[in-house]
Design a protein around this ligand. Structure first.
Ligand code: ADP
Length: 252
């Protein structure tokens, strides 16, 4: 075999720590309407990530002095359980969790039509049951499905995905080892139909070319996850149309 071909083959055959190809997502599944007591809910499994999002509202906001007279307040809490990481994490909210709550809130705020609910609030609770890298974008993806499940009007779904650089290769959907040992991490979230980016962060270093390749890969991954969001919502609509109200509550 000529030398040149052999080299390309090697690039194509680059295998990642968990056996994936450079442009492969981890196995994923999204389910909507999983909690009995929230107004809307969803869970995402993405590789070893297992994240549950619950939505309450729109509801009257307390304390009254905080209300906004022309739009609802969107509250967001991202929380990692002590058992979600390999070493027990303190249950107290860390600086990282406070920051990620804000980052996720900023992304979702661009889609939720808050003007429809003056003086009210909408709460989004995100519980990371198991973490394995790229939890912020997986959380956004689950939260958007939970908001839709709660019937909250949105301009578009919001879906997140990450790309990065590991061992010199640009890769899709950064896992925990790749996050910790890799050269760069690029989480993004988009509104797929409006073609708008609502989150873009980068940790590490990439060249301009590498950034472009990583961004395109993350977009491709986000579109795959968007299809899964729609499937999750379709599944719940279908089960509602074939069940009586009482049965729906039991099925929850
Ligand atoms: P993201 O989860 O969005 O990638 P980070 O880059 O901060 O956010 O975290 C990368 C990964 O590191 C997480 O997904 C998780 O698997 C792991 N991790 C985060 N915080 C902790 C912690 N306190 N203890 C152990 N592992 C953690």
């Amino acid at each position: 075999m000529p030398k040149k071909e052999k080299k390309n083959e090697k690039v194509d055959e680059f295998i990642r720590p968990d056996g994936r190809k450079y442009d492969e997502l981890r196995p994923y599944k999204i389910r909507a309407h999983i909690l009995k007591n929230a107004d809307g809910s969803a869970e995402i499994r993405l590789g070893g990530n297992w994240i549950i999002a619950a939505v309450y509202g729109p509801k009257e906001h307390f304390p009254k002095f905080e209300i906004s007279q022309d739009r609802a307040i969107l509250n967001c809490r991202y929380h990692m359980n002590p058992y979600s990481t390999s070493e027990r994490k303190s249950p107290k909210p860390s600086r990282r969790e406070i920051e990620l709550s804000k980052v996720i809130r900023n992304a979702l705020t661009q889609s939720v039509i808050l003007d429809d609910f003056p003086e009210m609030s909408i709460d989004v609770f995100i519980e990371v049951a198991q973490a394995e890298g790229s939890t912020r974008v997986a959380s956004i993806t689950a939260a958007s499905v939970a908001l839709a499940d709660a019937g909250i009007p949105m301009r578009d779904m919001v879906v997140g995905c990450s790309a990065g650089k590991y061992n010199g290769h640009i890769i899709l959907d950064v896992g925990e080892i790749e996050d910790k040992e890799g050269e760069a991490d690029l989480p993004i979230a988009i509104m797929p139909n409006l073609r708008k980016v609502v989150l873009l962060q980068m940790d590490g270093k990439m060249t301009h070319e590498e950034f472009k390749k990583a961004f395109d890969l993350a977009l491709k991954g986000a579109m795959q996850l968007y299809e899964e969001q729609l499937n999750a919502l379709k599944n719940i609509l279908e089960s509602m149309s074939t069940l009586g109200e009482g049965e729906i509550n039991e099925k929850k």
